[in-house]
Design a protein around this ligand. Structure first.
Ligand SMILES: C[S@@+](CC[C@H](N)C(=O)[O-])C[C@H]1O[C@@H](n2cnc3c(N)ncnc32)[C@H](O)[C@@H]1O
Length: 318
């Protein structure tokens, strides 16, 4: 859930200290403005971080009250305020979707327990809104989700992850948006997920497409797959949940195992811990241990989504 970088309500308290909801809203807006994030991302972040005591009208007022001399920033604030005022129900839908998935774990909690909780959380989230359950900043709208998906697919194409001879594994495939967008550009796409509801939606979405498969996984590893059978591995917004459950390291080793030599892996968002430096240092340590080379190290190449991209290549012959 991309904008869960934006945390859930309980996390928000610690991330924003004891700030009032109004101050949290102002901080969120200012940070989004500073980084020139899309208005939809700002709206999703407001929904997740600002408590329900502030409704859409009030949030629209806060956005409209911010002053800036920059004409583009003024237009951006007007767009955020306009979306909140015109479609206040979006805020509730995003809040309900985000609240379905718990982004916290106890330090002594077993991975199995966390994975089970995430699976039922994503079952619930996808029942509320399939589009928002995989990307909150889609605001639950299929067209917005499709536009963001195709921007990511373009990036995958530019980086050599597509081609008629390529077999792709998609870890944490969710509702199958990448299987649906990629199937005509690759040899085969295999999606795995822990959530039965996500898999059911993905199967419906891709019904009749011959080169797409979905598997429900335990979430611990990639044991269902033989060594060196995939040309590429894709993980869009799923590694944060592997990190949360304490199975990211194991998946790194598993990715190296199932990839063919020279195979590529795209990890879009590694964690929601809020520190790019920490993500980079974890990934640097893991690539060294797995015979993998880092090609893209935490860039943010997308205009419609605030995901952070890591691109990795398995060394030949390892
Ligand atoms: C935010 S959604 C992203 C879905 C999809 N990659 C997309 O971008 O449309 C995260 C997905 O990861 C799945 N997931 C979480 N933990 C997982 C695990 N250990 N193994 C496989 N999938 C997992 C969730 O069920 C959910 O469908």
């Amino acid at each position: 859930m991309d904008d869960a970088k934006d945390l859930d309500a309980a996390d928000a308290v610690s991330a924003f200290g004891a700030q009032s909801p109004r101050m949290v809203a102002l901080s969120v807006l200012e940070r989004c403005l500073l980084h020139a994030l899309p208005p939809e991302v700002a709206l999703a972040r407001l929904a997740v971080n600002v408590g329900a005591e502030i409704d859409a009208d009030e949030l629209a007022g806060i956005a409209a009250s911010l002053h800036t001399n920059d004409i583009c920033q003024r237009a951006w604030l007007a767009q955020v305020a306009g979306m909140l005022a015109d479609r206040p129900q979006i805020l509730d839908a995003i809040r309900a979707t985000a609240a379905s998935v718990c982004h916290q774990s106890g330090s002594d909690e077993a991975p199995a327990k966390i994975i089970a909780r995430l699976a039922s959380g994503f079952d619930r989230a996808s029942a509320v809104s399939p589009a928002a359950s995989v990307q909150l900043s889609s605001l639950g709208e299929e067209e917005k989700l499709a536009a963001a998906t195709y921007e990511i697919v373009d990036w995958l194409e530019q980086n050599g992850l597509t081609g008629g001879d390529k077999d792709i594994l998609d870890i944490g495939c969710g509702i199958g948006r990448f299987e649906s967008a990629l199937h005509s550009k690759v040899g085969r796409v295999v999606g795995t997920d822990i959530s039965p509801n996500m898999i059911a939606i993905a199967r419906r979405r891709c019904a009749g497409i011959a080169n797409v498969e979905f598997h429900r996984t335990t979430g611990f590893d990639l044991a269902a797959f033989d060594d060196a059978i995939f040309d590429c591995v894709l993980a869009v917004d799923s590694f944060p949940y592997l990190v949360l459950a304490g199975v990211a390291e194991r998946h790194f080793l598993e990715v190296a195992r199932v990839l063919k030599p020279e195979g590529l892996t795209a990890i879009l968002n590694y964690s929601y811990r809020g520190s790019l430096a920490l993500d980079r240092s974890d990934i640097m340590r893991l690539v060294g241990a797995c015979g993998i080379q880092l090609i893209v190290d935490g860039e943010t190449p997308f205009s419609r989504w605030d995901g952070t991209a890591f691109l990795l290549r398995r060394f030949s012959g390892t």
